[in-house]
Design a protein around this ligand. Structure first.
Ligand code: M6R
Length: 614
C-alpha cells in the first residue's frame, strides 16, 4: 500500500523518481506526487489525483530541476483519493515535505494537540499530522531534522515507512521504518530509496534493507548511517540484489497479468531448479535439511496467509496431511492474530506471502514467534519483511509479480508446498517410494502441461466474450479443486468486478443452488480424479435448474463434456497436482472477461498489490 521513492546524488532526481513510481505503482494508484529541492533551495511539491502518468502531465510546465527528491504513489487509507490527500505533504511553513506508507493510528489526538497550538491542515490524512509534528518539534526546540524525526516518531503509534526533506538542508534525506518496508540503494556518490528494490536495481545492486525502528541518514557525499530512535548507531549489512530488468517490463504483452500467466511454465521450472534431483528422483529443500528436527517433530502445522496465498495454503493442507500425515490448520492471518490462538512450541507455523510484506501475515508471524512456534516462510519477494522475520523458509523464485491479481505466485506457492510435503514425507517415511517417485516425476512434467493449457488462450478469449453479461458467477470444485474454485472466483471478481463465489461442489445444495437459473454461469473444475463421479452429480443438479455450465475437465472426458454447455479439456495429471494445471485456464478466463469489459486489468479499482496495512 503506497510506494515511496527517493534520490540524492549528482543526477536530475525527477526522471529517477518518476520511473521508480511507475515500478511501484502496483502498490497503489489513487494519486501521486513528488517533492524536489532545486538549486535555488526551493522545495517544490507537485501532486495530483490519479496515476503516475497523470502526475507526469501535471508537471509538464513546472520546475522539476534538482538532484534531491522524494516521490509517492498512494493507496488511500485516511482520506479519500484526491489531490489534497496526495503525498508529499508540506509542513506548516513548507520547510519540510514528507511521504509515508502506513498508518499513524493516534493521528487524531496528535492533530488535536497541534491544532490547539495553531497548526492548520490542508488534508484529511494521518500523514500530514506527522510532518506537522516533526516541524513543531524541530522549530520549538531548534533541533536538527534527524533529532526532530526521532522525537516525533517516539510519539507515534502505528506503521510507517517515511522519507523527509528539509529545504534548509538540501543535502540530506531522513527515512525511517516501522512495519512498512524500506530499502536504501547505495550507488557511486548517490543514494536511492524505495519501498522495494525494483526502482533501484537498474542503478545499483547494493542495497540495505532497513529493519523496524531504524532511521537512515542519507547525506550527499557521506556514508550511509543507520540509527535507531534513541540515536544509537545500528550496524547494517549491504546486500547484493540480482534482478532481471526484463521481468519489470511487459515484454510485448498488453498487460503484466497476461505476461505473468504465460511465464508460469518457466517460473515453475525456476522454482524447482536445484531442488528436484532428476537422476535420484529426489526433492531437496535446504530448509528441510537444516531444520529437519523442528519440522518432523511438529505435532501440528498452522498455515497463515491472506487472499490468493490463503488459497495456496488450503492446497498445502491437503498435500501435507495426505503425504506426511501431520494435521494442518489453515487460518486467515487477519483472523488468527485476533482470536488468541492456541500455539505451542511444537507447532510449526507456515506463513505464505507473495510480497512478504502483508501486514496481517507479518503480525501473525510475530505472534506465533512470541508463543515459541517454529516459523517457516514461503515468499516471493527476496529480502522482504516476512522472510526476514521467519526462522527459515523457501522462496518461490517466480520473479517480480506486478499485476495486482496474483497468478504465477500462486502456482509457485503450490509448487513449493508440494516439494515441502514430498521432502518431509520422504524424511518421515510416511510415503512409499513408488508414490514418491511418481509424484516427483509428474511434478517435473507440470511446466510442459502448463504450456499445453496456455495453447487454449484463444479459445478461452472467445469463451470470455459470452460471459461479459454475467452479474454473478459460481465456481465449483471438490478436493484439490475446491481451492482452485475459490481462486478462480477471486480472480474474476477482483479484475472484472463480476460477483463470483467459489464453493465446494457438494455444498451447493445446502444453499447456493437457489441462485442457479438460466442466467447463472457455473464454472466447474472437474478433472478425472477420485471425486469425478460426485462432481458429475453436482453438474447434473446445476443443469436440472438450467444453469450454464462451463466445465474444465481432463482430456478425453466422456461424461461431463456431454452435459456441460462448454467444455475445456486440460492435460491429465495426478490429483494432488491438479491445482497447478486447473488454475491457469481460470486465470485466463478472468483476464479475458476483464479485457472484454474494458477494465484496468493490472490495476483494478480499490486494490493494491502489497497490503501493508491491517
Ligand atoms: O503478498 P501476499 O501474498 O501476502 O498478498 C496476499 C493478498 O493480498 C493477495 O493474494 C491478493 O488477494 C491478490 N490481489 C489476489 O490476486
Amino acid at each position: 500500500m503506497c510506494g515511496i521513492v527517493g534520490y540524492i546524488g549528482q543526477r536530475d532526481a525527477y526522471p529517477i523518481l518518476i520511473k521508480g513510481l511507475k515500478r511501484l505503482e502496483y502498490r497503489g494508484y489513487d494519486s501521486a506526487g513528488v517533492a524536489i529541492i532545486n538549486r535555488g533551495r526551493e522545495l517544490n511539491v507537485y501532486k495530483t489525483k490519479g496515476k503516475v502518468s497523470d502526475l507526469e502531465h501535471f508537471v509538464e510546465d513546472k520546475d522539476v530541476s534538482g538532484t534531491i527528491g522524494i516521490a509517492h504513489t498512494r493507496w488511500a487509507t485516511h482520506g479519500e483519493p484526491c489531490t489534497e490527500n496526495a503525498h508529499p505533504h508540506y509542513s506548516q511553513t513548507k520547510r519540510l515535505a514528507l511521504i509515508h506508507n502506513g498508518i499513524i493510528e493516534n493521528y487524531a489526538s496528535l492533530k488535536n494537540k497541534l491544532q490547539a497550538k495553531g497548526y492548520t491542515f490542508q488534508s484529511s490524512t494521518d500523514t500530514e499530522v506527522l510532518v506537522q509534528l516533526i516541524e513543531f518539534i524541530q522549530t520549538s526546540h531548534e533541533l536538527n531534522l534527524l533529532t526532530a524525526v526521532q522525537l516525533a516518531l517516539q510519539e507515534v503509534i502505528g506503521a510507517y515507512a517515511i522519507a523527509v526533506l528539509d529545504k534548509e538542508n538540501p543535502n540530506q534525506i531522513i527515512a525511517a521504518r516501522k512495519s512498512s518496508p524500506l530499502v536504501v540503494g547505495i550507488g557511486e556518490g548517490e543514494f536511492f530509496l524505495a519501498s522495494d528494490a525494483t526502482p533501484i536495481v537498474e542503478y545499483t545492486d547494493k542495497v540495505v534493507y532497513l529493519d523496524d525502528g531504524e532511521i537512515a541518514v542519507i547525506r550527499r557525499d557521506e556514508k550511509l548511517k543507520v540509527v535507531n530512535l534513541d540515536n544509537v548507531e545500528c550496524p547494517h549489512d549491504v546486500k547484493t540484489v540480482t534482478m532481471n530488468l526484463g521481468q519489470l517490463e511487459k515484454g510485448g504483452y498488453p498487460h503484466f497479468m497476461l505476461k505473468e500467466i504465460f511465464e508460469q511454465p518457466d517460473c515453475i521450472r525456476d522454482c524447482m531448479r536445484g531442488r528436484i534431483n532428476v537422476e535420484a528422483d529426489n526433492v531437496v529443500l535446504s530448509a528441510v535439511i537444516d531444520y529437519k528436527k523442528q519440522l518432523l517433530s511438529a505435532k501440528r502445522f498452522i498455515i497463515v496467509a491472506c487472499g490468493t496465498s490463503w488459497h495456496a495454503a488450503l492446497i498445502g493442507k491437503h498435500l501435507i496431511e495426505s503425504l506426511c500425515r501431520i494435521p494442518v490448520e489453515v487460518e486467515y492471518a487477519s483472523e488468527f492474530r485476533y482470536h488468541n490462538p492456541v500455539i505451542d512450541a511444537d507447532d510449526v507455523v507456515i506463513a505464505i506471502s507473495q510480497s512478504g510484506e502483508t501486514a496481517d501475515t507479518l503480525a501473525a508471524v510475530e505472534l506465533a514467534k512470541s508463543r515459541g512456534a517454529f516459523i517457516y516462510g514461503i515468499c516471493n519477494a527476496i529480502g522482504s519483511s516476512i522472510p526476514r522475520a521467519t526462522h527459515t523458509g523457501s522462496y518461490i523464485h517466480v520473479g517480480p509479480e506486478i499485476g495486482v491479481a496474483s497468478t504465477k505466485a500462486f502456482t509457485g506457492q503450490v509448487t513449493v508446498l508440494a516439494m515441502l510435503a514430498l521432502s518431509m514425507a520422504k524424511e518421515k517415511n510416511s510415503i512409499d517410494n513408488h508414490t514418491f517417485v511418481n509424484i516427483v516425476k509428474e511434478l517435473q512434467q507440470i511446466p510442459e502441461k502448463m504450456e499445453e493449457v496456455l495453447k487454449e488462450n484463444e479459445h478461452i478469449a472467445q469463451l470470455a466474450k459470452i460471459f461479459t453479461y454475467a452479474k454473478n458467477c459460481i465456481y465449483l470444485g471438490r478436493g484439490y479443486s475446491y481451492p482452485v474454485a475459490l481462486e478462480g472466483a477471486l480472480k474474476l471478481k477482483e479484475i472484472s468486478y463480476i460477483h463470483a463465489e467459489g464453493y465446494p461442489a457438494a455444498e451447493m445444495k445446502h444453499g447456493p443452488i437457489a441462485l442457479v437459473d438460466e442466467e447463472m454461469p457455473v464454472v466447474v473444475i472437474a478433472p478425472h480424479d477420485d471425486l469425478y463421479e460426485k462432481v458429475l452429480s453436482n453438474v447434473q443438479e446445476v443443469k436440472a435448474r438450467k444453469g450454464r455450465v462451463i466445465a474444465f475437465v481432463s482430456k478425453g472426458d466422456q461424461m461431463i463434456s456431454q452435459i456441460a454447455d462448454t467444455c475445456i479439456e486440460l492435460p491429465d495429471t495426478m490429483d494432488c497436482l491438479t491445482p497447478l494445471i486447473a488454475t491457469v485456464p481460470l486465470q485466463m478466463l478472468a483476464y479475458h472477461i476483464a479485457v472484454c469489459k474494458g477494465k484496468n486489468v493490472d490495476q483494478p479499482r480499490n486494490l493494491a498489490k502489497s497490503v501493508t496495512v491491517e
